[in-house]
Design a binder for this molecule. Structure first.
Ligand SMILES: NC(=O)c1ccc[n+]([C@@H]2O[C@H](COP(=O)([O-])OP(=O)(O)OC[C@H]3O[C@@H](n4cnc5c(N)ncnc54)[C@H](OP(=O)(O)O)[C@@H]3O)[C@@H](O)[C@H]2O)c1
Length: 312
């Protein structure tokens, strides 16, 4: 009995200590968040007069980003995608808002040579890109054993590698002109995993790492005038996850676009949407793995993903 009581007491002490530490971490992060917001709000930058390139701009979040940048006075907006009809319709919407300089290009971002060729054409036609938004993405759905090899490769080429090619193309000019912003649309699935989308989750975890590396690399080299930001939205009501039945904590593409632009203006490094997801992220790093599984189970996320995969 005595060893059992000792073990129980020890376990209780350890859990209380963890909860106490967690409380202080949440408190510290909240204070840090408020301070950073206040300080950065004083150094807001404007996006008016900027030349913005958005990949995956034919629909969903990319379309809303284009419209939002137009509302905020961007000088030139360049839209990339594969569906020219849809790109042309977004171009019209952008022009109706008042940005007369809007161009669209058909480009499969999963094809490196096509990305390099199209960037060169854009630079010849439009000039220097000052804000790059890497947004294009795909999801297939299926367990690792169900997913075909070429689908896995496509996900990584479109969702991750394309960010390397576009960023490498525009970064030298941004550094030389000491002006620019590189924005990547990752996902909360770049912070924690769900079953049935391992290729997608891998592509988004890689993006979180890519933007973190890029930010520290540029800082170390003294290029502080080039902003780097990674956005991690949760479920958003677009075509991409339309088969997902859950609507809890869902965002609209409009909300993602608005908050992305606000974050560019306040030069934030990482944006997690909705904000409440910060808590999941903190909990993930502090609590045992089984808690994360239980959270996903209780919230119904596991069942939702199962349904999502069977519908695909
Ligand atoms: N929806 C969500 O719940 C959610 C949550 C977190 C993060 N995200 C991320 O947000 C980004 C935008 O997603 P969304 O929800 O707006 O999805 P969406 O409505 O399906 O739009 C995807 C966009 O990516 C483009 N695209 C796909 N493959 C492409 C390729 N090979 N080359 C060029 N463009 C390509 C599509 O254009 P075309 O069809 O014209 O090629 C389309 O404009 C993605 O990176 C996604 O992973 C989405």
């Amino acid at each position: 009995m005595a060893p059992f009581l000792t073990r129980l007491l020890k376990a209780l002490c350890e859990s209380s200590l963890r909860i106490l530490l967690l409380f202080f971490v949440v408190l510290f992060r909240s204070c840090q968040f408020v301070c950073v917001r206040v300080l950065r709000a004083e150094r807001r930058k404007s996006v008016s007069g900027e030349t913005v390139l958005i990949t995956g701009a034919s629909r969903g979040i990319g379309r809303c980003l284009a419209l939002e940048f137009a509302k905020h006075g961007a000088d030139t907006i360049v839209l990339w995608g594969r569906n020219e009809e849809k790109l042309s319709s977004v171009k019209k919407e952008v022009e109706e808002i008042g940005t007369s300089r809007c161009h669209f290009y058909r480009c499969d971002v999963g094809d490196r040579q096509q990305v390099y060729r199209t960037i060169q054409k854009v630079q010849e036609d439009v000039g220097t890109i000052t804000i790059l938004v890497n947004n294009a993405g795909v999801v297939h759905g299926g367990t690792l054993l169900e997913t075909k090899d070429d689908k896995i490769e496509e996900t990584l080429r479109v969702n991750t590698l394309s960010h390397f090619w576009t960023t490498k193309s525009v970064l030298p000019t941004m550094i030389a002109r000491r002006r620019g912003h590189v924005v990547g649309i990752a996902s909360t699935l770049g912070l924690f995993a769900l079953p049935g989308v391992s290729d997608y989750v891998t592509s988004k975890f890689s993006l979180v790492g890519f933007y973190e590396s890029l930010a520290v690399e540029l800082k170390q080299q003294g290029h502080r005038d080039v902003g780097v930001m990674c956005v991690c939205p949760g479920h958003t009501t677009t075509d991409m996850f339309k088969d997902l039945t859950t609507q809890s904590f869902s965002l609209t593409p409009q909300q993602v676009a608005e908050q992305t632009i606000e974050a560019v203006k306040t030069n934030q490094r990482r944006v997690i949407l909705p904000r409440v997801m910060h808590l999941t992220w903190i909990l993930k790093s502090w609590l045992p793995g089984s808690w994360m599984w239980n959270t996903l189970y209780v919230t119904g996320a596991l069942k939702d993903m199962e349904k999502f995969c069977t519908k695909r």
